[in-house]
Design a protein around this ligand. Sequence first.
Ligand SMILES: *[C@@H]1O[C@H](CO)[C@@H](O)[C@H](O)[C@H]1NC(C)=O
Ligand SMILES: *[C@@H]1O[C@H](CO)[C@@H](O)[C@H](O)[C@H]1NC(C)=O
Ligand SMILES: *[C@@H]1O[C@H](CO)[C@@H](O)[C@H](O)[C@H]1NC(C)=O
Ligand SMILES: *[C@@H]1O[C@H](CO)[C@@H](O)[C@H](O)[C@H]1NC(C)=O
Ligand SMILES: *[C@@H]1O[C@H](CO)[C@@H](O)[C@H](O)[C@H]1NC(C)=O
Ligand SMILES: *[C@@H]1O[C@H](CO)[C@@H](O)[C@H](O)[C@H]1NC(C)=O
Ligand SMILES: *[C@@H]1O[C@H](CO)[C@@H](O)[C@H](O)[C@H]1NC(C)=O
Length: 498
Amino acid sequence: MKTFSKVGACLIAFSVVVVIVYQDIALNSISRSAKSSTVGNKEESCLSRSQLVLYRKSSPHKPSSYLITKLRRYEELHKRCGPHTKSYNRSIKQLVSGQIDNSTDCRYVVWVAFCGLGNRILSITSAFLYALLTNRVLLINQEQDMGGLFCEPFPDTSWILPEDFLFKSEINSFEQNYNYSYGYMLKSNIINYSTELLPSYMFLYLSHDYDHHDKLFFCDQDQALLSKVPWLIMKSNVYFLPSLFLISSFEQELSKLFPDKETVFHHLGRYLFQPSNLVWRLITQYYQDYLAKAEKRIGIQIRVFDAETSPFEYVMDQILACTQTEKLLPEVDTEKTIAAQSENQTSKAVLITSLFPGYFEKLKNMYGEHPTKTGETVAVYQPSHEEEQQSYNNSHNIQAWVEMNLLSFSDELVTSAWSTFGYVAQGLGGMRPWILYKINQTKPDPLCGQGMSMEPCYHAPPVYDCKAKTTVDTATLVPHVRHCEDIRWGIKLFNSSS
Ligand SMILES: *[C@@H]1O[C@H](CO)[C@@H](O)[C@H](O)[C@H]1NC(C)=O
Ligand SMILES: *[C@@H]1O[C@H](CO)[C@@H](O)[C@H](O)[C@H]1NC(C)=O
Ligand SMILES: *[C@@H]1O[C@H](CO)[C@@H](O)[C@H](O)[C@H]1NC(C)=O
Ligand SMILES: *[C@@H]1O[C@H](CO)[C@@H](O)[C@H](O)[C@H]1NC(C)=O
Ligand SMILES: *[C@@H]1O[C@H](CO)[C@@H](O)[C@H](O)[C@H]1NC(C)=O
Ligand SMILES: *[C@@H]1O[C@H](CO)[C@@H](O)[C@H](O)[C@H]1NC(C)=O
Ligand SMILES: *[C@@H]1O[C@H](CO)[C@@H](O)[C@H](O)[C@H]1NC(C)=O
């Protein structure tokens, strides 16, 4: 079954990596109308765009005015070059002919969906920053499983790849060895850096299991070549954005856009991903029903990748030890019991997200049966337990998106190492989470620790020095790109001073 094997590939993603290693308000403040992608052509305003500020803590991190200006200019470009405009139609002609001509100045990055929603949100954000840096227009190949999740981010246009796009029916099956793949063409000597007649499109394979030639994408020389190709089709399931900060031709622009390196996903994520009206109703309903009354909201995102190496009891002990020693949750007095809890007194609400109900049940029973030593009352909630990740199921993705948003409303957040789901929640919320370090048969020491940057981790970074043509630890080249707290071979952005 097609779907099944695709899911397999994503789950394998994480173990393969091991082997290989070797809006903010301000962004939306210039008011603009926006359609919701949920309801076909019918224009409907995007409720979350104006209402998110009522739920999410406002960000103490202000975007640079340079970023805001850049986004406004991008919006104009997207409107001019977006689907079915005159310029787009002319660009499509180039795509069909395979030849580059000078009939339009619009260039594109087409992003192809792949893996779980967290991976997708992170790779879309990476593709968007790449588009900003290279003056391209980002179009996303939205399969049905992703439909109805987000509002259209750019005013008076669409970022959805049209149904009549030339490769629409086959684009999802483009793989690493596709004959227009950049890495493949280099490896097979079909092109080289002096080739003059380049095709009008190329495929970029930027997924966890890419090879040396695919990764040359991150070299200046290759960027110079790629800049001549009007259509780039990109398949990625990773947050490759940190490596853009190591390409010297982007350096100056990036430092103007993001003086604060820790907030790249925070700003771009809030800007790009506004819940659709359908999703927004689910989010606000749940919030009002369970979380609104609490004085403090604690989000705990639990993701167990391998139940054999991370047994339930170990994870449960880790959660309890971490939340209590870090004073996120109070201890209970197991000598005493309480009869009934008044919902009105709830001082802390715990929101658990997990594929399984066990952790929730245990915490809920604990706080339901025993009084806390601090006198606080703690209510525990879990919106769903889907048992198995189904990355290619629309209702599963809607639920995941609801829960990422609910987590982002937390006052304190606890996340699981390696999880892109947690990265999205922390970035949208603007929080440095408490990370439950990975359990691999033995308990990690320490059990958890606070992240030093709220940026997501790039799980499969290249380890190549383009100039010296040797292997290099890319976490050692500039002060703001270093190894992640949760994956030792991953890289992420930090504030230089942090
Ligand atoms: C672009 O082409 C589509 C059909 O492929 C057509 O419907 C549309 O009107 C064209 N746009 C312009 C501005 O001519
Ligand atoms: C585009 O290319 C054609 C032929 O290759 C040339 O005649 C024309 O002047 C060019 N137009 C522009 C705007 O460069
Ligand atoms: C690329 O592969 C497709 C089929 O997969 C084939 O139709 C096409 O001719 C190939 N193109 C080149 C340039 O080899
Ligand atoms: C580059 O590719 C062209 C064919 O596209 C070939 O004629 C040329 O010899 C190649 N150059 C090098 C340095 O390999
Ligand atoms: C909770 O508060 C509401 C209104 O503030 C009140 O009507 C209700 O009786 C209270 N419930 C309990 C169990 O104290
Ligand atoms: C998608 O998930 C929902 C809820 O878990 C389930 O009811 C539905 O059958 C699934 N659909 C497919 C196509 O697997
Ligand atoms: C878990 O530990 C074993 C033994 O130390 C090691 O071989 C394996 O690669 C580890 N797995 C992960 C996912 O880290």
